[in-house]
Every structure is written in structure tokens, then in C-alpha cells.
Design a protein around this ligand. Sequence first.
Ligand code: PLP
Length: 670
Amino acid sequence: ADLYRVEGWGSPYFSINARGNVAIRPKGSEDGSDELDLLELIQAVRKRNVELPMILRFPDIVQHRMAQLQGCFDTAIGKYGYQGHFQGVFPVKCNHDRYLIEDIVEYGRNFRFGLEAGSKPELLIAIANLRENDDALLVCNGYKDEIYMESVLLARQLGTNAVIVLEQVDELPLLLHVSRKLDVRPVIGVRAKLSTKHDGHWGGTSGDKGKFGLTIPEIVKVVYTLREEGMLDCLQLLHYHVGSQVADIAIIKEAMREGSHLYCELATMGAAMGYIDVGGGLGIDYDGTKGNRSGASTNYSMQNYANDVVAALLDACVVKGVRQPVIASESGRALASHSAVLVFDVLNDSENAESDALRNLAVLEEHHAAGLGSIQQGWPPKQDGLATNGLQPARRDPGQYLLSTFYQVFATIDQTNFQEAFNDSKQFKQEAANLFKLGCLSLEQRAQAESLHTAICHRVLAYARNEPQMPAELSALSEAMASVYHVNLSVFRSAVDTWAIDQLFPIMPLQRLSEEPTTMATLADLTCDSDGKITRFIGPDSTPSSVLPVHELRQGEAYYLGMFLGGVYQEVMGSLHNLFGGLNVVHIRAKPKPGRAAGGYAIEHVVKGQTMEEVLRTVQYEGEDMMESLRNEAEEAVDEGRLTLEDASALLMNFNRSLKSYTYLKSRSQ
Ligand code: PLP
């Protein structure tokens, strides 16, 4: 059952239960008192008319992660005797969901947890949420104009602990101007470009040439300017961010050494200082390998991370005799990734299994026994005009000859000759195509040849898998022969990083996990785009596999797949490719139910996904206008007798119903 390595990436939240379904413990409990069966949950949600695909969001998981992060820092601070505390901020860009952010702020009150904004709209979200929180930080990053700065300074007047972080040199004169205009003294941070660089996908923000932050000479100039303005007391925070999903703890250590000394130097130069904000980067284990360095995993734990941050800072502060600052971090991925499960169903599969190929052959023979003859009985091939005197060459029916020889390859394949059989099969398939082009093979004969090739390839693979090492050519065949499961989903909308940066997410069936999966599949989405597919999954070893082990679909039974750890970045970065819209989102909280030992929950919010009308509006179509022009056309058609009145009204009703409905397909079944 650990084909999907659930324990590795999912613990303590996800596991497989005795019924063979994925189970979830939103509070991460050890005793399972909060355990829910994901399949039951989906069925219960669907009974409430929430259609697939959907995102199930578990706010308890975010809380658990926040408490864990705080706990790790508290432990590290206690262990090293550090003279400051930790207070995190959640980067709003990671997931803008209103209920999620409200929940983070509400729960975060217990430990001064704040927000980070990276744009003007995010600033509005943060200001609206943090107003009453005294100590919680509002870290204001990103490009800023005058109105951005004014909003921050006014929010400060309101009582929000807002810090303007300078990311560009020309932000300082603007800030000084706004500060004078409003007569408000800002709390200022500087974002530093560290020389420490992280090489993963998400490392573009780091290093001297990173897109964001001030270089060391620029930071020194900021200090001089503020000194001249008599505002060194305003400079209180140093921020840096070496990139997201840092796989190797060595990068964190290195950045912390550089950042800690930079912090201390700023304090020594007379800046008031008080906070260090170490950015995001705390990674998670997407493939459950606990440390392969592909970027899909990390070689450190959250505690290890906290220890290294605190230790480096303490060391620099002691050496330089600087007061130990409040430590902030901007972890988003590590806090919210686990909290969302993307649930989608399989609509159908391609006819690509061996059984499909054999069935096709049988059907072809049955339908055309007379015309084609049975290829199985066509051996040895009949020869027309048999040679009688050694002078006249033998002639064969090329199609019949090819097919019966091809069939022999299939019938005699075994462990000793599978590679040879594969080579022959490729050649015969090509010859069948050539004969077809010359008009010597009928369409049905060509179908027989192709079905034979498919059946042979499956057998070849079965034998190849018994070998200690799969021949190189045949590993590519494994992907080519995989079934294609068509899923009710747009990759571009809901799993964009699988396409954009080849990111690996854990994807697995949510049921039948006590049954051996018998099929290898790739996933194809609903879009008309050849990139709309997923071919990267957790593999049997630390390298990703191009195929996902799945079960054969059963007639009339929904087959659910889940994509896990996608709780950050995916939803908001998704696009409307082919006009597949936003998904239904259901917020579920674990809640003990009287009389039940485990498994109580409450559905707190159902946020309906976009309807076709809403999606069409984003590209300037108004449903009402579309209805109106269709109505006019239908009237005309009825007048001219091209359409009955009943058909016209059915057409209009259908159109109208579509406008109000979800952009995805109806599921195969309940
Ligand atoms: N802070 C900044 C400035 C970022 O650019 C990012 C994302 O890259 C984050 C925080 C969040 O990082 P992570 O999701 O790795 O925690």
C-alpha cells in the first residue's frame, strides 16, 4: 500500500485506513480521535450538491502547522537561551482565500502571528485583517508607490504593527516624502540581497543578481540617508529571502550566517533594529523521501531549521555584542501546503490495456471472419501460384502473410525472446503502415496489426519487468503503453506547477488501496492542450515515475484521485485556459460528534466555484446578451419553420442552465 509513500509525505495528517481509503487527521493527532475517511467525506459533500472537482480545505491543519512552527522556535530559543522571541507572518500570496487568512489571523492571536503583503491588493487584505492586532507584524514587501506607502503609514496610525520593507533604492525618497506629508514616522525594514544562493527552481530570488532587495552598498547608503534625516530610530528590521522550497539545510545555515552579521552591523551603525525577518524557504517533503536533493524533498526537519536560525543569530549577536532581535519568518509553503486536498474523478480511460487489444482482435475476427480469415489459423501462410519447377517464384498475399507472421510473434513470446519479439513487432507494425499506404492492406487488417503490436508490447513489458534491470529502450515503452486516465480537471487551473516547472505533487487514488493496482496510467486533463497532462508521480525509488499505479475503472462507480500538498500557490496562479473556472472549495473542521469515538466534522464554508456565466464575463461576454441574441435567432427559426417551438425553448433552457452551471464535466456516478 505504500506504493504512494503516504507515510513519507503525509504523516501525521494522511494515511491509509483499514477500509483501504485515504484517511486524514486534520489535527495531526496520535490517537486518531480526529480521523476522517476521505472517501466518506467526499460522498457526504457531494450529497450537498457540491460537484467535482473540488478542493477540501482543512483549517485545523494550518493551525497545527502554525503551532508546530512556533513550538520549534520556542524549543530552539529555550535550548540556546536566546533572548528574544519568534513571531511568524503568513505571506498572503501563498493563498488568498478569505476564510483561510481570517483563520490564520484569528488563531495566530495566540502567538502574535502576522501577515506579509507583496502587492497593493494583498496590503488591503492584510490591513483589513490585522487592524486590531497589536504586536502581530504586517510586513509590507513588493513594489510600492505613494498610495501603498500612505496606506501603510495610516494603518500604523490605526494601531497595526506595519513595517515598510525597502526593496528598491528609489523607495526611500518616496517614503521620506510620504512620511513628511502625513507627519507619521514609519517603521522601516530593508530587504537585503544576500550573496548566498539557492539553486533550485525557486532560487531565482536569491544571490547578488536576485530580482529583489538592496545590495550591500545600497543598504549602507540607506543608513547614511536615514542618519542625515534623523530617522535611524525608524530602521528596525532586516529582511531577506533566499527562495522557496530550500532543499538543503546548508543554504539556510549559510544565509543565516550572512544575514545575522548584516543585522548586527546595522545595529552597530546606529539603526534602532529589533526584528530580523528570515523570509520563507522552509521546505516540505513532496515525494516522501526525506532528503533526496531534487528539490522535491528536504534534508532537514522544521526543528532543525529553527535550531539553525536561532543558533546563527545568537552566535553573531554575542560576538558583536548586539541585543538579540525578535525573529520573524515568512513561511507559507510549510504552513499551508498540507491543508488542501484537490479531489477529482476519472471520466474514462483510453483503450490501451492488453485486455483491450485482445478484445479488439477478437471483435475484428468475429466481424470479418469471412473476409479477413482468422490470423491465428492463417499460419503457415497460403501461397498462391506455388512454385512447380523452381523457375516460377512463390507469391503470397502480403497482408495475410504479414498478419499471420505477426501473430506468431505474439503467440511465441516468452522470457527468453521478449526483446527480439519487441523488435519484430516494431518492424511488422511499420510494414503494416507501409502496405496500407500502398493499398495492399485494408483498414481492418491495419487495425489487427496495431492491436497485435499493443498486445505484444504489454507482454514484452511484463517479461521485461521480471529482469533485474529493465532494458533502456523498454523503460520508455512503459510510459508509452500506460493507459491514459482522462480526469475531470484542468491542470492549468488547479495544478499549474506540474506544467510550469514540472513540480511533483503526491497524487494517488483515494479508495481501493487494499487492492493491488493493476494498471499504470498517465493523467490527461479536460483542456484541448497537449500539455494538459500529468506524467510525474512518486516512483518506487527516489526518482519520479512517469506513470501512476491505478485500479481498473468499474462501471458506474466513481474513481477518485487526490492531489496533495497543493495548498499554496496553485489556486491563485491557475489560469482560465479553455475557460475552466475556479473550483468549489469546502472548508472542513474536525469536530467531535457526541456518541462517536472518532470522525466528527463540521462543514464550515462551501465556496462555490465559478459558473460558466462568471467565467465568460471575465472575457467580456454577458450571459443576458448571449441569451437575448440566441432568443432572437430561435424566434426567427421558429417563424421560418426551421425549428419547432418546443425545440427552440429546449435550446434556450439548456443554454440558460449551462450559463448558471459549473464549467467542469458531470461525474460518472455518485
Ligand atoms: N517571502 C517572500 C518575499 C517570498 O518571495 C516568498 C515566496 O517565494 C515567501 C515569503 C514564501 O516562501 P515559502 O512559501 O517558501 O515559505
